[in-house]
Design a protein around this ligand. Structure first.
Ligand code: 13P
Length: 251
């Protein structure tokens, strides 16, 4: 079973509109092999402009978050319909920074996943344990809870519409990456959970990305792992050269 790899860049709270357009342009002009998907998630203020830049290129546009409602009194939120209007085809949900800095819960994140799918966006559900949880031997308990609650009631989607991103919190922005063995161990566990939640043929087609200090010098080995189907990249996605190298992983 070989799933189509997805290399995703999460720009977090970086770049003005002009900077974002320029970087998107440089990335889209790079060498992008046709056997993989590439996605960029700019900040909300740059979505529409980057959407224009990426038109007629193979690079997909994503939002870093989404509301579950179409419209209404939800100050500070952005609806999936608005995101599609700006050119998005995907949205991230439950990033560890949303969970840990802004207090988003599994229940809230579950609504975000459901909302994205309902309005036709692919949802990228992020999960991950903290260092404290890993050292206490609770990695799998934490991940199982995040998966089961994040995906509660989520059903009837096309396989490519749901993506899981395993991002160990201790590896995000720290320069410490999970080893390929650690990543594969978790990804296999998550795949088995998906088999339990859905059917095997669906679980086999859901992509599971690894995120946390993915760089040009570690992407190749990570991508050799059977259940690592792509990468969610932060810091190294902010420069065209390093991100294009990551897109061109050799596994
Ligand atoms: P870094 O690649 O900077 O560690 O960030 C990972 C991440 O959080 C992507 O969503």
């Amino acid at each position: 079973m070989k799933r189509r790899p997805l290399i995703a860049g999460n720009w977090k709270m970086h770049l003005t509109v002009a900077e974002a357009k320029s970087l998107a342009n440089d990335i889209a002009a790079g060498d992008i092999p046709s056997d993989r998907d590439v996605m960029l998630a700019p900040p909300f203020t740059a979505l529409a402009a980057v959407g224009e830049t990426l038109k007629n290129t193979p690079v997909l546009l994503a939002a870093q978050n989404n509301c579950w409602e179409e419209k209404g009194a939800f100050t500070g939120e952005i609806s999936p319909v608005m995101l599609k209007d700006a050119g998005c085809v995907m949205a991230i949900a439950g990033h560890s920074e949303r969970r840990h800095i802004f207090g988003e819960t599994d229940i809230l994140i579950n609504k975000r996943v459901a909302g994205a799918l309902k309005f036709g966006l692919t949802s990228i559900l992020c999960i991950g344990e903290t260092l404290e949880q890993r050292e206490a031997g609770n990695t799998f308990i934490v991940l199982e809870k995040q998966m089961r609650q994040g995906l509660s009631g989520i059903d009837g989607f096309a396989e490519e519409q749901l993506v899981i991103a395993y991002e160990p919190v201790w590896a995000i922005g720290t320069g410490k990456t999970a080893s390929e063995t650690q990543a594969q161990e978790v990804h296999r566990f998550l795949r088995n959970l998906l088999v339990d939640l859905y059917e095997k043929n669906i679980a086999d087609n859901i992509r599971i990305l690894y995120g946390g200090s993915v760089k040009p010098d570690n992407v190749d080995i990570l991508m050799t792992q059977e259940d690592v189907d792509g990468a969610l990249v932060g810091g190294a996605a902010l420069q065209a050269e390093s991100f294009i190298r990551i897109i061109n992983f050799n596994a």
